[in-house]
Design a protein around this ligand. Structure first.
Ligand code: AMP
Ligand code: MG
Length: 493
């Protein structure tokens, strides 16, 4: 008699697991199993993430893997769990939240956690159904990999699998599960949870866990009189500042920057009502549920700082000195502008960009905002123009070219005249041709709802290497159609 994994009703992904988050103890999570979904099917998958995990080349061949990544079959060597956290939502203390529909499988020996989002109810579901719909799961899957392709820190996505099981939102939709991957899914809200309850021992255990695994240099700091927790806060502030600079430069609007959606590792996390800007409207609000515009595009850097302030408050019992906490936070105010200047300088093709170039950056932002010029297409065309010396395709983007002409008259001398093949190539390497615009996602989602998953695969291929030309795919790099502005993306997912 064979003892194959199937015989035991267990999937064996061929991965080795090690104790991870659960070593913190039962105060931090609830052990539970995902709730199976019937007859799952593949919707999308990333071989790049599979390789990163160390899965075998034929990892998708087995039905048990498909079932396992949908939460329908337990995985050998794992003990799934959901974690508890709290947080501030839309600026208001929301109390306990937690993994209401994401169930962690465990941590691989390579130090990567796998989490199944949409895998069923947990003690933290608060009346929710524990599910995620196909629409938002495809968006999360594609955007995770798109952000990585853009060089932006993010949680990754191994797969999205679907089931015909109905899920009720505004209309009846179907269920899906995203297998997310990250070194850790710990959020600011995990710290807020224990701080708010005055559970300082657990707060310290959590901080020590994260410092030891992800910020070991904080143990040996000479800053802040050797205070490791202050150094930790400073390091998180710096990573968050660098992340926000990248979001702003690429035109990414997260949409729901609650403190429970802020990664302690400075990763982009929890893709919901996000959007890449089409036309440049600095005050763009992408989340239909965000009636006040708290998370408008141009508010993001300030909101991140506000969220870091909440984290600082949570860490205060460990830091022990308010002055130190304030000093640790201050790094955000220097790192964000520095990183933003560097990112915008790179977009402009300036290898030596500095503070002196700020008027050039402010100038182009003003010109783009005046006509809501398409963000991605403008930067790509500018890259071409620098390479070829032909400015006309850039001028063509404006109804009234006076503003852009005046700006170009200051920009081209900064390059010592055009063309500059080297600067153009450098610009093409930071100004993507392809981003996950809402309408592109929407087209892939509509096809997937009819079981045609080719659109998901095509987008993944383009978005994995978004700076390349990808001959034959210019339609994916074009202007959004008129109907794109009517797509409503809300917190409903
Ligand atoms: P989000 O806005 O997606 O970041 O979710 C905020 C909180 O609501 C988190 O605690 C989620 O786990 C929880 N949540 C969102 N949707 C559901 C759902 N369908 N079922 C259970 N919990 C959910
Ligand atoms: Mg969330």
């Amino acid at each position: 008699m064979s003892l194959l994994a199937e015989d035991l009703d267990l999937a064996d992904l061929g991965l080795r697991w090690k104790p991870g988050f659960t070593t913190l103890g039962p105060a931090f999570f609830t052990a539970l199993r995902p709730t199976p979904l019937p007859a799952p099917y593949w919707v999308g998958h990333s071989d790049a993430v599979a390789r990163m995990l160390g899965l075998p080349a034929d990892w998708r061949q087995s039905d048990s893997t498909l079932a396992a990544l949908t939460g329908s079959l337990p995985i050998a060597g794992t003990q799934p769990y959901a974690t508890v956290y709290s947080g501030h939502q839309f600026g208001v203390w929301a109390g306990q939240l937690g993994d209401g529909r994401a169930i962690a499988i465990g941590e691989t020996e390579g130090g990567l956690e796998i989490q199944l989002k949409g895998a069923g109810r947990t003690p933290y579901s608060r009346g929710g159904d524990g599910r995620a719909v196909l629409r938002s799961s495809i968006r999360e899957f594609l955007c995770s990999e798109a952000m990585h392709g853009l060089g932006i820190p993010t949680t990754r996505a191994l797969s999205v699998t679907g089931s015909d099981q109905p899920v009720r939102r505004e209309t009846l939709e179907t269920a899906a599960v995203v297998a997310r991957v990250a070194p850790s899914f710990i959020r600011f809200g995990h710290f807020e949870h224990f701080a708010a309850a005055d559970r300082i021992d657990e707060l310290r255990a959590l901080a020590d866990h994260v410092i030891d695994r992800h910020y070991p240099a904080c143990r040996h700091t000479e800053r802040f009189g050797g205070n490791a927790y202050a150094a930790f806060l400073e390091a998180v502030s710096e990573r968050t500042a660098a992340l926000l600079a990248r979001w702003q430069a690429v035109g990414f609007c997260h949409g729901v920057m609650n403190t429970d959606n802020m990664s302690i590792l400075g990763l982009t996390i929890d893709y919901g009502p996000f959007q890449f800007l089409d036309g440049f409207d600095p005050a763009h609000i992408c989340n239909h549920s965000d009636t006040q515009g708290r998370y408008a595009f141009n508010q993001q850097p300030n909101v991140a700082y506000w969220n870091l302030f909440c984290l600082a408050q949570a860490l205060l019992p460990l830091i022990g000195d308010q002055e130190l906490a304030i000093a640790a936070l201050a790094s955000y105010k220097t790192v964000f502008p520095r990183e933003f200047d560097a990112r915008m300088g790179a977009k402009l093709g300036l290898s030596d960009a500095g503070e002196a170039d700020r008027p050039l950056v402010d100038g182009v932002l003003r010109v783009l905002a005046a006509e809501r010029t398409d963000w991605t297409i403008f930067w790509r065309r500018l890259s071409e123009a620098v390479a070829t010396g032909d400015l006309q395709p850039v001028r063509d983007l404006f109804i009234d070219p006076a503003g852009i002409d005046a700006w170009l008259a200051t920009f081209t001398p900064r390059h010592g005249g055009l063309p500059s093949a080297a600067a153009g190539a450098a610009m093409r390497a930071v100004n993507p041709k392809f981003v996950l615009r809402n309408h592109l996602g929407q087209q892939a989602i509509e096809a997937a709802a009819s079981k045609d998953f080719s659109g998901v695969a095509t987008l993944l291929k383009l978005l994995e290497t978004p700076f390349e030309e990808h001959a034959g795919h210019d339609a994916h790099a074009g202007f959004p159609p008129d109907w794109a502005s009517t797509i409503e993306i809300s917190c409903s997912s």
